[in-house]
Design a protein around this ligand. Structure first.
Ligand SMILES: Nc1ncnc2c1ncn2[C@@H]1O[C@H](COP(=O)(O)OP(=O)(O)OP(=O)(O)O)[C@@H](O)[C@H]1O
Ligand SMILES: [Mg+2]
Length: 423
């Protein structure tokens, strides 16, 4: 399989999409056709997608005002699509307001040089413009004017899970065990909603930078640029070009291009493992043999005596051996090489809910004695300081691209490399 870097190639045409409007109750459980079910179910052209979406069309000048001319000090983060800026709008009229008044928003602005960005932009409007769920980030609007492509989202005050797991600094304290489990459950509910019979969407880009957190650490999925409609009729999979992010993509999808909801389950397993271990899915700054998190961790995941080797030592004392074992075993099942052995997202939600209930009942029994106080690996903080200073050539979450040889290139720490693998 040839691999190479290309310009930001990420999304496939969403022109085939058949997303119906859905909504759920605030607990994220009940799914029903919404009052928007009159929206044409199968938008085909850009015009149809933009017409059928339920979000506001902003002018470029409105968004310029809302972000104070895209001031560099209002940048929230950078991704392969472009930069994300903080802005302000009136919560009722959505008109741009003075900073500090009205409602905070996040404005994602497509880099002008992005070749495939328009497709991705359109896929985002198509999916997020019609899907509503407490664990999906809200798209408030978009801007399509001349060469400008922007997306306007609800502001997620705690940023991405990636920052909380892997960034160091006074703002980003290590997430506690309980918060990690809460985030895992929230994200699982978001994916379960997408996979549900009524929605039938494969997300395809599940990773820590696409899980955003509100002020209460409720997780919401963002970035639907790679999302695809699931298979219809008696088909078991969708055949696509292989796209996604290295370290997160399921092996059978990489090998065959056959995409199923179980590909998302695999990616969920990778993220669960990142949460358990505090390590990135791919990290070339680790010693050899530890670059690929899944390969390194797999042998330890189902061994009660060995799982401490992979658990984030910043979590010591926050979990019971039994809970840690159950979560590791869940991650192991999600990461099954054979997709049929992976659980469904619905099953994962149930398991994580049960775990949450049982840990509420027992309280949080300390784990340090269970681990025997053994010295484990070197301090995560020391390690991460080294890694951040070396971040220019890290292998974190490389996107799959179209060319012949594996390459990595520098990107800001919080916005992993985008490459596409071609079969
Ligand atoms: N709605 C939002 N509210 C607050 N911060 C956001 C929001 N959307 C994005 N961000 C911040 O901007 C960063 C960049 O997001 P973006 O989705 O463009 O790139 P990414 O997820 O890091 O990479 P990729 O392009 O591979 O998806 C995020 O990591 C997050 O910190
Ligand atoms: Mg993203």
């Amino acid at each position: 399989m040839g691999v190479c870097l290309s310009a930001r190639i990420k999304a496939e045409s969403p022109s085939h999409t058949g997303v119906n409007s859905k909504y759920v109750s605030s607990d994220g459980h009940s799914i029903a056709s919404s009052k928007w079910s009159s929206v044409p179910p199968t938008p085909r052209s850009e015009g149809e997608i933009l017409q059928s979406t339920n979000v506001k069309s902003f002018t470029f000048s409105e968004l310029k005002t809302a972000t104070r001319n895209f001031r560099p000090d209002s940048v929230l983060g950078e991704g392969g699509f472009g930069s994300v800026f903080k802005g302000w709008i009136d919560e009722h009229s959505f008109a741009a307001t003075k900073p500090g008044t009205g409602m905070m928003i996040a404005v994602k602005r497509l880099n002008q040089e992005s070749l495939q960005g328009h497709r991705e932009w359109l896929a985002e409007v198509n999916y997020l413009g019609q899907l509503y769920h407490p664990h999906l980030v809200k798209l408030l609007g978009y801007c399509l004017e001349d060469e400008h492509r922007l997306l306007v989202y609800e502001f997620m005050p705690r940023g991405s899970l990636e920052n909380h797991l892997f960034r160091r600094g006074s703002y980003f304290q290590p997430l506690s065990w309980n918060l990690r489990m809460k985030v895992a459950l929230g994200a699982a509910k978001g994916l379960a909603f997408l996979h549900s019979a009524e929605t039938k969407v494969i997300y395809r880009d599940f990773k820590t930078s696409n899980v955003l957190l509100d002020s209460n650490y409720n997780a919401k999925l963002s970035d639907f640029g790679l999302a695809k409609d699931g298979p219809t009729g008696d088909k078991s999979h969708v055949s696509t070009r292989v796209m996604g992010t290295y370290g997160y993509a399921a092996p059978e999808y990489l090998a065959t291009g056959h995409l199923t909801t179980k590909s998302d389950v695999y990616s969920f397993g990778v993220v669960l493992l990142e949460m358990l271990s505090g390590r990135r899915a791919v990290d070339k700054n680790r010693p050899s043999g530890e670059h690929n998190l899944v390969e390194w961790a797999r042998p330890y995941l189902t061994n009660k005596r060995k799982i401490f080797r992979i658990l984030d030592n910043r979590l010591e004392g926050q979990y019971t051996l039994d809970t840690a074992y159950r979560v590791s075993a869940l991650a192991y099942r999600c990461l099954s090489i054979e997709s049929k052995f992976r659980p469904t997202m619905e099953e994962i939600v149930k398991e994580l809910e049960q775990l949450q209930h049982s840990s509420n009942e027992t309280g949080n029994v300390r784990s340090s004695s269970a681990s025997g106080g053994r010295s484990r690996r070197r301090s995560a903080d020391t390690y991460n300081r080294n890694r951040e200073s070396n971040s220019s050539n890290n292998g974190n979450g490389s996107k799959c691209t179209e060319s012949k040889s594996a390459v990595s290139y520098p990107r800001p720490l919080n916005s992993p490399l985008h490459v596409q693998v071609q079969k």
